[in-house]
Design a protein around this ligand. Structure first.
Ligand SMILES: [Zn+2]
Length: 241
């Protein structure tokens, strides 16, 4: 993992961040002694930056590494007051939340495999076909371009399966929950986004430059111009062990 690049990714805006590791929820592969932790997000709230995650990753060997899009004034204070991160919106320690859009191929209605309900019925909720990947890739470009009419600091990330679009504008960090809910509902009508991510209910998102352990792909930010032809066997995303 490129810890330095991950730390740079996390450096805007000013504030402290919480990380989370998922050990083996989807893969069922995890160190045996951590069986009791395999399905729950393991919260790391004492990393000063992403480089401090290294000992945690070496110890727990998680299948996925995430960060909480909430930004805090002080995690020391949060720990001392026992702040519940799931209800942090009204806390004076809460500075804002990064706005993000999560596009996953399983949410696309496929002419061959059907909609998400049909895939779930066949227990194929985590698999996807090339048609679905290409459709979600097309949507990522369209979504990026549409968002750029309103915001300027955008980034698109290959998530290991689909794509994330992040918004780093200061006014996007300060959106209320109500405003986020409206944005999520509006975009979900035309894009295969996960509404819970954009509305802020689901705060975790994959940390760029970490490994998506289920598909063995590195999560990588992409220049907008690379997205239309991006393939999941792109050399930037294939790990070298
Ligand atoms: Zn399909």
């Amino acid at each position: 993992m490129d810890f330095r690049a991950a730390a740079k990714w996390m450096s805007h805006p000013e504030g402290e961040r919480v990380y989370a590791l998922i050990l083996g929820r989807h893969s069922g592969i995890y160190p045996r002694r951590f069986r009791h932790l395999k399905n729950v997000p393991l919260i790391v709230d004492d990393a000063r930056d992403a480089k401090d995650l290294r000992p945690y990753l070496v110890k727990y060997l998680p299948e996925g590494v995430y960060y909480d899009r909430n930004v805090y004034r002080s995690l020391d204070a949060a720990r001392k007051t026992g702040l519940d991160y799931t209800r942090a919106w009204r806390s004076p320690l809460f500075l804002g939340q990064e706005l993000a859009f999560d596009l996953d191929p399983e949410n696309v209605d496929c002419p061959i495999h059907g909609d998400i309900e049909a895939k779930m019925r066949r227990h194929q909720g985590l698999s996807f076909c090339d048609w679905e990947f290409e459709e979600v890739r097309r949507q990522a470009v369209a979504l990026y371009d549409e968002l750029s009419e309103q915001w300027t600091r955008l980034a698109v990330v290959y998530s290991g399966r689909g794509f994330h679009v992040h918004v780093f504008d200061d006014d996007a960090f300060r959106l209320t929950r109500k405003e986020r809910g409206r944005i999520a509902a509006r975009f979900a009508r035309r894009y295969a986004i996960d509404e819970w991510v954009t509305s802020g209910e689901m705060r975790l998102i994959r940390l760029p430059y970490s490994l998506h352990g289920m598909v063995s792909r590195i999560v990588v930010p992409l220049p907008r111009g690379d997205v239309p032809k991006f393939r999941y066997d792109d050399q930037r995303t294939v790990p070298r062990f």
